[in-house]
Design a protein around this ligand. Structure first.
Ligand code: GDP
Ligand code: CO
Length: 409
């Protein structure tokens, strides 16, 4: 991978946010050692491969097309652990079963190490409860619906399998090979990070719009534009200096180092991505955070990498977009770092898009306990009892004590 160095950095307490970096070679390349030439950095191919070998890729999926899922799998390097986290219907048609079968057939051929998990597996919920992590559960003791919830569950399994990085790739991508570019970018970003507490967020170069007149290569989705503007306003108020540093407020495709993922408090559903940035500022923005002495000292770093490929995904309609926008902005609105001025901006933005009818509609999104609250030993020993939905392929199964499905066929 060849990446340009970032041109601008902004610091907020212990948080450093780097400006967007462009890619100049997407593949891992064959550099024997890290090379810096002018403005271009080429991490060694060995380092990229090493980081990929320590990464889990989490694919949240809810009723997406199975052909797209196979394409995503083929775009994930086999060195990565793949975690397919599904919340697809089980009735009247068992779509999860179809997904698990598709993954099974694929992984027998490809030899990917992969785990499929259903978000509603009752035994996982029970294990979480026993491990003192009820924050993911609803009133009936089940894991709640939501993409954020699936992602947090994925991080828990990545930790169980001792991975040091987690990357997130949506399953509804119409051009699945772009996932290859995103994952190489994650690894390149981590290879450049100056601290173990780091996050890499992908900024799409184009998010095209398909209309009667043909394809229009729009720079960003409208929801993203609004979210980025509001997050930059938060920063401007926070520091007293105008800022446009944030270009990845809604980045679904992003990756986090485990040490950082264990500290953050993730928000529910679609608020998860924008709130990660807000929560970092809440925890580390003033540079105090006495309980996080080590991370404050090392610093927390956010890298933003611009993909070369445009992003085409399933269009889920205006209502879905408004829901996403509302959830994301509500997480900003209710943060203690949000000023009254920004609150007013959020309300007027949401009113003008008819996402709310009054300021009272900006409900407070749920924020989950940090993963450091889980008793991992308890969770692990409960997970060694058979669950209803988990399937593993081409893995060392001592961790979960399950039969390996990859060997069959
Ligand atoms: P957008 O791309 O941000 O507009 O959001 P999508 O609706 O496309 O969701 C992103 C990804 O998360 C897709 O792969 C969805 O199938 C998946 N997803 C959405 N909601 C859930 C959920 O509740 N649980 C799980 N496991 N996945 C979800
Ligand atoms: Co999508």
């Amino acid at each position: 991978v060849k990446l340009e160095m970032h041109r601008n950095v902004e610091m907020f307490g212990a948080v450093r946010i780097n400006d967007v970096q462009r890619i100049f070679e997407i593949g891992p390349g064959n550099a024997e050692e890290d090379v810096v030439e002018g403005e271009i950095i080429t991490p060694s191919a060995h380092r990229i491969s090493d980081i990929l070998g320590r990464m889990a890729i989490i694919v949240p999926i809810k009723g997406e097309n199975l052909k797209l899922l196979e394409g995503i799998l083929a775009s994930i390097p086999t060195r990565c652990l793949v975690l397919v986290l599904s919340n697809s219907d089980r009735k009247p048609i068992d779509r999860y079963k179809m997904e698990a079968e598709a993954v099974a057939n694929f992984c027998r051929a490809s030899k990917h190490s992969c785990i499929t998990i259903h978000q509603k597996d009752a035994k996982i919920a029970a294990a979480l409860k026993d491990a003192g992590y009820s924050t993911l559960l609803d009133g009936y003791g089940r894991v709640r619906n939501g993409k954020g919830e699936a992602m947090v569950l994925g991080i828990i399994f990545a930790k169980l399998f001792k991975r040091q990085y987690v990357g997130f790739i949506d399953a509804d991508n119409f051009v699945p090979s772009t996932a290859y570019e995103y994952i190489q970018s994650f690894a390149a970003g981590f290879s450049m990070a100056k601290t173990p507490y780091s996050m890499v967020r992908i900024s799409w170069r184009y998010k095209p719009k398909i209309s009667a007149g043909g394809l229009y290569f729009r720079r960003r989705g409208r929801v993203s534009e609004i979210t980025n503007r509001i997050l930059n306003l938060v920063i401007s108020d926070f520091t007293g200096f105008g800022s446009e540093i944030i270009k990845t407020g809604n980045a679904g495709e992003h990756a986090i180092s485990l040490p950082l993922a264990e500290i953050l408090q993730f928000a529910s559903r679609f608020a998860i991505e924008p709130y990660e940035l807000v929560n970092m500022l809440e925890i580390f923005g003033r540079g105090e955070a006495p309980e996080f002495k080590k991370s404050v000292k090392e610093g927390v770093e956010v890298l933003q990498i611009e993909s070369r490929s445009p992003h085409f995904h399933d269009n889920k309609g205006e209502e879905h977009l408004n829901e996403m926008l509302l959830e994301g902005l509500a997480s900003v609105y209710h943060s203690n770092i949000c000023s009254d001025r920004v609150k007013q901006e959020i309300v007027s933005e949401l009113l003008s898009r008819k996402a709310i009818s009054s300021a009272d509609d900006v409900g407070k999104p749920r924020v989950m306990d940090p993963l450091s609250k889980i008793d991992f030993e308890a969770f692990h020993s409960r997970m060694r009892l058979k669950t209803d939905t988990i399937q593993t392929f081409n893995l060392n199964n001592e961790v979960l004590n399950l039969p390996d499905m990859g060997a069959q066929g």
